[in-house]
Ligand binder design. Sequence first.
Ligand SMILES: *Cc1c(COP(=O)(O)O)cnc(C)c1O
Ligand code: SF4
Length: 439
Amino acid sequence: MQKYKSFGIRNFRNIPQVQARLSEEEKKEIEVIGAVLPFRTNNFIVDELIDWDNIPNDPMFQLTFPQKGMLIPEHFKQVSALLWNYGSEKDVRYTVNNIREQLNPHPSGQMDYNVPFLDGQEVKGLQHKYEDTVLFFPSQAQTCHAYCTYCFRWPQFIGNEELKFQTGEIDLLIRYLKRHPEVTDVLITGGDPMIMNVERLKQYIIPLLDSSVLPNLQTIRIGTKSLSYWPYKYTTDIESDDLMRLFETVVNANKNLAIMAHINHPVELRPGAVQEAIRRILRTGAQIRTQAPVMNHINNSSKIWKDLWNEQVRLGCVPYYMFIARDTGAQNYFAVPLIDALRIFSKSYQDISGLARTARGPCMSTTPGKIQILGAADEGGESLLMLKFLRARRKEWTDKIFFAKYDDQSIWLDDLTPASGFEHFFYEKDYSETLLNNR
Ligand SMILES: *Cc1c(COP(=O)(O)O)cnc(C)c1O
Ligand code: SF4
C-alpha cells in the first residue's frame, strides 16, 4: 500500500528531487509565491507525474509547484523584500492579505449570487445557479490531495474562514432539495470530496438515494482531481474496496453516478495506478466525465488536447468541458487568450475520434453563465467573435448566440465589447434584477 505524504511551503525542501534539482534562488521563489497562494503537492505527483529532467517547464511541475511569474513583479518584490529581510510576521500578513484582495478572490459572483435561501436563511454550503443542478460543498471536503497552482477556489485553502463555503449539514441539503423538485443533479464538490473517508462519503451520499424522499434526483456527480492526484484511493488504500461498494450502491439505487474528473494533461493518464483506478470505477457502473481548463504553461497546445481526449476515450472516459482560466488568482500567468483557446480547441477537434467530440468549449464560467467561444467570423466588414450560452443564469438565454468585437488579446468576458451598433450584450438588459431574482 502507498502511504500518502503531503508537501507544502513548510517541508518542500525535504523532497529529494527538490534538493537535487532546484537552486536556492528557485526555492526562495517558491517560498515567496507560497506565502500568498496555497501550495500542496504529494509523493505520487513528485515521484510519478513530474519529469524532473524537464524542470521548470514540466507541466506537472507547473501544475502543483508555485512559479515566480504567478505574481506580478511588483507583488513579488513586496513579499520577497519582507520574507528575505525577515520582516515581522505582522507586516508579512498585512502585505499578503492586501495582495490576495487584489487577486479577485470571489470570481463570478459565487458568494453574492449563487448561495440560495431556505426559509429566509442563507444555505451556506450550497450553490444553486442553474435550475437543475445544485452544488454541495461538504465542510470536510474543502481541501485537496494537492493544490493546482491556478485553482480558482484558492481562498478556501488559505484558512480565511469567512471566505469558505461550509456546511456540515446533509439535512439542510435534503430539506432544500425537497423544496426544489426541479433539481435533478447534485454535484458534490470542494476542494475535493474524494479527500473524505468512506464513512463521511456515505453520510452525504446515502440520504440522497431514497427516491421516496427525492423522486426527481437522477444524478449524483462528484467533482474530483483524485484520479491523478491520488489514484490509490481507488486501488490499494485500505478503504478502496469499500469505496467501490459505495459506488455500486449508488448505481443499484437507480442513480447515475458521474465522477467529474479534472485531468489537465495526458501525462496524468499514464501511470498504471491511474488506469487501474479508472477500470475499477467503471466496473462499478459509475461513469467518468472529464474536464479541465486550457492553461498557459500546462496544456496550451492542440496536440496535448488531442492526446488527452483520445486517451480518455480509449480508457472509457467521456470528455466533457474545456474551460478558460478564471479571472482570479494567478490568471495573469495561466490565461490563454480566448482566440488561442478557440484555435487549440478547433485544431484538436479536427483530429479526434467522434466519440471524443462530447467535449464542449472553450468555455468561460462567468457570472451570467457558461459561455462558449464558438468561432470567429467577418460580418458586414467587421470581425466578430461568436459566443453562445451553454448554461445561463436565466434559462431562456441557453443556446443563444451573440457577438463581440474580435480581438486577439481578450482573456475573459469582461475584456469583450459588443459588436458595432450595440451598447450592451443582450443579457445585460435587466441584468442586476436577474442576479438578485435568482436567489
Ligand atoms: C458548471 C456549473 C454547473 C454544472 O453545469 P453543467 O453544464 O450541467 O455541467 C452547475 N452549477 C454551477 C455554478 C456551475 O458553474
Ligand atoms: S483540484 Fe480543483 S479545487 Fe483542488 S486545487 Fe485543483 S482546481 Fe482547486
